[in-house]
Write a protein that binds this ligand. Structure first.
Ligand code: SAM
Length: 273
């Protein structure tokens, strides 16, 4: 006999918690149920138990499920005000320092989904350089990472539909994108300093000494314990004096939070002491 619907949802949530540290207990259960049923229908599994077996053995199915739970939702300039704050309070001083002292401006877009956040950061850097007259440009290295290989592949392609360019003004769209059929492709000069890789934030970071880390709307999915683990990893990856920007509704928890000063509370910009 197949397991009940209630048991099924509990098992699926337990799997996402154990395998990915994602805690869905704060979500509306009707939404979680609808999303899981959508995947159950599309996966080819015959019943609840069959779907659970598939989920436990397939990374791909776990990614698909996270996809329908909208965990990859993103857009260019998500929270415009936050990126204005980021440009003024983080990029401006960092670019000035790199131009006078030299060295690569290193930024990590952690949990970048399909890349819109990472390219937004690249556009903000380019716009700041333009504001300065565009004569001197620091060497820039922006690293976008996400757990979902599908999301990272899309980010690498740099191709977005008209609907996906939501958040970009006509001016920025014309300046930083080229029309390719009915898609828009990020222009080469902007892509030059941007790299994307698959990386799990629950594991020690592969990069170190970042000048700034943008990790927005990722922490909200983690349990308290996982939140602390990720905070520790972000702390380790940031150089002293480096900046961290979280999502508007996110706060830093865990031991390293006392090692940060608040730069801009509204835009959740912190600075490592
Ligand atoms: C809602 S999106 C946020 C995207 C972007 N930062 C923004 O604010 O628009 C959350 C992203 O976090 C990623 N994610 C979830 N758990 C992760 C983990 N353990 N390691 C890395 N990325 C993770 C998801 O794959 C998803 O793409």
């Amino acid at each position: 006999m197949d397991i009940s619907e209630e048991e099924f949802v509990t098992h699926v949530m337990r799997h996402l918690f154990k395998a990915r540290g994602i805690d869905l207990s704060g979500y509306a259960q009707s939404f979680v149920m609808r999303s899981i049923k959508k995947r159950l229908g599309r996966s080819g599994a015959s019943d609840h138990s069959g779907y659970l077996r598939l989920l436990k053995h397939s990374e791909e199915e776990t990614n698909e499920l996270l996809g329908v739970l909208s965990i990859n939702v993103t857009e260019f300039f998500r929270d415009r005000g936050a990126f204005e704050g980021f440009s003024a309070q983080v990029l401006r001083p960092l670019i000035a320092a790199k131009l006078s002292e030299g060295g690569v401006l290193r930024i990590w877009s952690a949990g970048c989904a399909t890349g819109q956040e990472t390219y937004t950061i690249a556009i903000c850097v380019a716009e700041e350089v333009r504001r300065l007259g565009g004569i001197c440009t620091p060497v820039v290295g922006i690293q976008g990472t996400d757990l979902s290989s599908k999301a990272v592949a899309k980010a690498k392609s740099g191709l977005y539909s008209k609907a996906e360019t939501k958040g970009l003004s006509e001016k920025l769209l014309n300046h930083y994108f080229e029309k390719k059929g009915d898609m828009y492709e990020v222009v080469q000069p902007l892509r030059k300093g941007v790299r994307f890789t698959v990386e799990n934030l629950l594991e020690p970071p592969s990069g170190r000494y970042y000048d700034a880390i943008v990790c927005r709307n990722v922490m909200i999915y983690f349990s308290r314990k996982m939140h602390d683990v990720v905070t520790q990893h972000l702390f380790e990856a940031l150089r002293n004096g480096g900046y961290l920007m979280l999502g508007r509704t996110e706060t830093l928890m865990g031991a390293p939070r006392t090692s940060f000063d608040v730069v801009d509370l509204e835009n959740r910009i912190l600075r490592k002491k």
